[in-house]
Ligand binder design. Structure first.
Ligand SMILES: [Zn+2]
Length: 559
């Protein structure tokens, strides 16, 4: 039993007893007390319950597991929340199912001038390419624009293409592609920059109120999954304002680090704007220190390449053609190698954390080179830079993460054999490169820290589903994908709690100890029980989160 003369000590507001309470460094307890926004005691259940007063809520939780609240180190909360409030295709699968959802939404919202949302999967369409005619058949009169679940492409109907003035004469942008029929006519599928610029310049921008509602919808969902903090991997000036106002009036109950979006069409001159955005959201109104829940736009997100499924991930050697031959396509570097190094060096010098998207082996190498250049110029510091996705990593780059102090931001849910991997990725990578994907355990074993995040709404936000794949590298019951890269359960849980808290500069969260902020997730099952993870099986996704506490407040209660 340990108590502490912390300012918040006093009669607890909440006691959780009889659960297995996972403490840092392998320790265990059976009781934990919360007073105000702090953990005020951990110890034996009887001792902690003895602290309770008449107004204390005592939760008896035998057979349950108490963990620190999960922190998602890479999530797109405003966009996911907005789609959940509009056309949300993530929960169904298949072309006809998508069309049914879209048609139902359009019928239920006859006054909405644009039908927007997203979440369709490339694997549901021949060659990964949906067509405008299917949308025209159900919504002929209003524009429809739907991002795919990767947000690397979009599906538009003829009316939308017409409003965007996309014709056979429209050239492809430098950072994307308009999918076309042999006669040059757009098919209704826009890739990368072609989709983004359509979204930014043709689709009406959401209002501040809509962004706020979207973030709150996302927050509700994330809290229901035990998530108490996150890093938003794509903060725009509009979503920054929405986060700011939610933090200022207390509606933001999660602790959020915002990664400000690096505009690949601009150069280093945009850094002054990023500084201004960071400054605009600092100050007492949104929390005065790293330990306070609030909004902290202290990171810059640089998308260095695309994704492999549409051949925009940056590779050192060209893509295969799917039939065993080679192409001359190396993918895209959205920011060229020298400019990336210059940008990262300057951002690092100005105190920004840099969060880079890197999928292909060339992108991962360029990102590591840029961080090495920054370290050479500015010295080692505590910015805690990280590289997300790390899909194809050449073996000689694996030890560089640990050596440079770069954190690998892992989307473990993607590291399994599924149609996206088997049909859309491996044939175009070839065998050798297929076998160096998502080398999370190798990166860890070579001395690097890991953090974990979902990239929701790309794939599920559920940490338990992601942890299951992290420790099995398989779909339930299926064959594993590179099983030597499985993470231990303790390593994976630490990555999704303490590791992500580290990346969020949240030294006050991410573990259960007296005096820390009370961010808690009570799981329905003790997944650390003997035999729960055995023989490559670990049914974590069957567990659920019964209670989520953020900064001492109950923000989700399934009971
Ligand atoms: Zn992302």
């Amino acid at each position: 039993m340990s108590t502490d003369p912390h300012p918040s000590a006093g009669t607890p507001d909440l006691v959780i007893a009889d659960a297995r309470v996972r403490l840092p460094e392998g320790g265990w307890a059976t009781g934990l007390a919360v007073t105000g926004d702090r953990i005020s005691a951990v110890g034996a259940a009887g001792d902690v319950v003895a602290l309770a007063g008449p107004r204390t809520r005592v939760v008896r939780a035998p057979g349950r597991l108490l963990l620190p609240g999960f922190q998602d180190s890479h999530v797109h909360a405003p966009f996911a929340g907005r789609n959940r409030l509009r056309v949300w295709l993530n929960d169904v699968l298949g072309k006809q199912a998508y069309l049914d959802v879209i048609a139902a939404y359009a019928a239920a919202h006859p006054d909405e001038p644009w039908i927007v949302g997203g979440g369709w999967a490339m694997e549901c369409f021949p060659g990964g390419l949906p067509r405008r005619e299917d949308l025209d058949a159900i919504v002929p009169d209003r524009p429809v624009f739907l991002f795919n679940k990767d947000v690397h492409g979009a599906w538009a109907n003829s009316r939308a293409l017409q409003l965007g003035a996309i014709t056979r004469d429209t050239p492809d942008p430098s950072d994307g592609r308009i999918e076309r029929d042999p006669d040059g006519e757009a098919t209704g599928c826009l890739h990368e920059g072609a989709a983004y610029s359509f979204n930014d310049h043709v689709v009406p921008a959401p209002s501040r109120a809509e962004w706020e509602a979207s973030i709150l919808e996302a927050q509700r969902h994330l809290h229901s999954l035990g998530i108490t903090g996150w890093q938003d991997a794509w903060v725009t000036p509009a979503t920054l304002q929405a986060y700011r106002s939610l933090a200022a009036d207390g509606r933001l109950t999660g602790r959020v680090v915002g990664a400000l979006w690096w505009d690949r069409h601009r150069g280093l001159e945009q850094i002054a704007d990023l500084q201004a955005q960071r400054e605009s959201a600092s100050g007492a109104a949104i929390g005065s220190g790293s330990g306070v829940a609030g909004f902290f736009p202290t990171t810059v997100k640089i998308m260095t390449d695309g994704v492999l499924e549409n051949y925009t991930g940056a590779l050192l050697e060209p893509y295969c053609d799917g039939c065993g031959g080679h192409t001359d396509n190396h993918g895209l570097s959205f920011v060229d190698r020298e400019e990336l190094a210059a940008a990262v060096t300057e951002l690092d010098a100005l105190g920004f954390q840099v969060h880079m998207h890197a999928i292909g082996d060339r992108a991962v190498r360029n990102a590591l080179d840029a961080l090495e250049a920054a370290q050479g110029a500015n010295g080692r510091n505590d910015r805690r830079h990280h590289i997300a996705h790390v899909q194809v990593v050449q073996p000689e780059d694996v030890p560089r993460f640990g050596r440079l102090g770069v954190v690998a931001n892992c989307q473990t849910y993607w590291a399994k054999p599924d149609p996206q991997m088997e049909e859309l990725t491996i044939p175009f990578l070839g065998r050798d490169r297929a076998d160096i994907q998502y080398p999370f355990e190798s990166i860890r074993a070579a001395g690097a820290r890991l953090c974990m995040g979902s990239d929701w709404a790309v794939t599920t936000a559920d940490p338990l589903a992601q942890l299951e794949v992290a420790v099995t590298r398989a779909d339930r019951g299926g064959a594993p994908f590179l099983p030597e890269e499985r993470l231990g359960l303790d390593v994976a849980v630490d990555a999704f709690t303490a590791g992500s808290a580290y990346i969020n500069h949240d030294d006050d969260g991410g573990s259960l100890a007296v005096g820390k902020r009370a961010d808690l997730a009570l799981l329905s099952v003790d997944v650390f029980a003997d035999g729960y993870v055995a023989n490559g099986r670990a049914p974590l996704a069957d567990a659920s989160v019964e209670l989520t506490v953020a900064s001492g407040r109950v923000v989700h209660d399934a009971g």
